[in-house]
Design a protein around this ligand. Structure first.
Ligand code: TRP
Length: 450
């Protein structure tokens, strides 16, 4: 079944690194701390980990099994397993396109903040009010954020153009460990700041009085976004795994790394936030508005700032690569475009969309879709609609439609998995995941509120 010239990845370490590279991104370092901050810190962390265990493991394992069994892109994979389920593959193509439409923009901002740090201009970010003003002035500017967005898209293109094996594997091998070490260094530095311990207390001691139905909703959405699941992204990546890859170990390692990076990010951000007396509920602007002034209270501030934003660039890049690859693999394998041509088409189309969504924060802010500007609606449609929908159908497909022996064969790497665990996996896929996801979906539509 494997196409002759199709690339495969090296050993298990590479599989873990590329999949973790996709999972670890702005979702962990930028999104997780602000969502956790809005939801009371410690209590959110516990619920989030519950979602990772109940939803993350089964859906990730299913995507791995589908990808490695078929060795195809997400559309080809569903088509070859069951024709009526092909639209689920298209959901992954559309969602990846739409996610890149805003992910490239935020990634571009990390480039801007990195250069601001390197040039030393970050020293002018003296208070959160000034920072908010500078952030808004930058993001609403018609030119600068677009240049950053285009640069980031080109950076992604270069890695993709180098090919699956050379590009993705090599860059992940290098970037992931660097990212990890940097986070640990920054966490240690942040905890040593005055009152840093208060931030740790906020993050690790649960305050259940702040928990509402929305906390569960946010935790579930964050778990999906962070693990890159529900969109067939992991199907595309696992289609490059070879038969020696241990799917369960890979999945557990990816989940452990992804969760660890999220927790480490919390340990970088919350102590610092509490040290300079900023509200942890500041929202999406937390990283971009708050951190520069925190870095400025530190000796060698611009250096720490440059390190942090370099880290964000690397994390974002390994995620944009994975989203780009979903689209490139689809065009190359299903539409018969050469890989080079496919990659260019994807880069150009996603960049145009990203430029439009960047402009929607400033010059084009009058253009609204259901009351939201383009940037916010891309975010809303993917995270609140397409992700839960994709996750819902993926678990139904894997639990009810996919031939049981295929699932078992792949997940157990041809027979090594205990029966009881496999039974648990099937039960989660058949009943628990669809029920939980249906709830998220109805809740998002405002039809079923706790
Ligand atoms: N998981 C990445 C992050 O945390 C984002 C991402 C990459 C993603 N590929 C995906 C999200 C596929 C959903 C689906 O930043």
């Amino acid at each position: 079944m494997v196409e002759k010239n199709r690339a495969t990845l090296g050993g298990r370490l590479s599989a873990v690194l590329v999949a973790a590279g996709s999972a670890v991104g702005l979702g962990n370092i930028w999104r997780f701390p602000y969502i956790a901050g809005e939801n009371g810190g410690g209590a959110f962390l516990i619920i989030y980990i519950g979602c990772i265990l109940l939803l993350g493991i089964p859906v990730l394992l299913s995507e791995f099994a589908i990808g490695r069994h078929t060795h195809k892109n997400s559309v080809g994979a569903y088509r070859s397993l069951s024709k009526p389920w092909t639209p689920l593959g298209y959901n992954s193509v559309i969602s990846s396109l739409l996610i890149l439409g805003f992910y490239f923009v935020v990634s571009g901002w990390t480039l801007e903040y990195f250069t601001t740090s390197v040039s030393g201009a970050i020293a002018e970010f003296t208070s959160s009010a000034v920072n908010a003003e500078k952030f808004t002035a930058f993001t609403t500017n018609p030119l600068r954020p677009i240049i950053c967005t285009i640069l980031f898209a080109l950076l992604t293109h270069i890695v993709i153009a180098l090919g699956v094996q050379k590009g993705i594997e090599r860059s992940s091998k290098l970037l992931m460990p660097v990212l990890f070490v940097m986070l640990i260094v920054l966490a240690v530095r942040s905890i040593m700041m005055p009152n840093g311990v208060d931030g740790l207390r906020f993050f690790f001691s649960p305050d259940f009085s702040k928990v509402t139905g929305k906390t569960f909703l946010d935790a579930m959405g964050q778990a999906f976004f962070s693990l890159s699941i529900g969109l067939g992204c992991m199907i595309t990546y696992s289609s490059y795994f070879n038969d020696r890859t241990n799917l369960q170990k890979t999945a557990y390692n990816v989940i452990a790394l992804d969760t660890l990076v999220a927790v480490l990010s919390g340990m970088v951000i919350f102590p610092a936030v509490f040290s300079v007396g900023i509200e942890p509920t500041a929202g999406p602007s937390l990283v971009f508005v708050t951190l520069p002034s925190i870095f400025n209270t530190m000796t060698f501030g611009p250096l720490w700032s440059a390190l942090f934003f370099l880290l964000l660039i690397l994390a974002a890049l390994t995620s944009t690569i994975s989203l780009h690859e979903v689209l490139t693999a689809y065009l190359h394998e299903e539409r018969n475009l050469s890989r080079t041509k496919a990659a260019w088409v994807v880069t150009i189309v996603t960049t145009l969309l990203a430029c439009a969504s960047s402009l929607s924060l400033g010059a084009w802010s009058d253009f609204r879709i259901c009351g939201l500007n383009l940037f916010d609606s891309l975010d809303f449609v993917t995270a609140n609609i397409l992700l839960p929908l994709g996750g819902f159908f993926t678990s139904i497909f894997a639990g009810w439609v996919l031939n049981r022996s295929i699932l078992r064969d792949e997940v157990s790497d041809h027979g090594s998995m205990k029966c009881r665990l496999f039974g648990l996996l099937v039960m989660l896929l058949r009943y628990v995941c669809p029920a939980l996801l249906l709830w998220i979906f109805l809740y998002n539509l405002g039809l079923f509120r706790l």
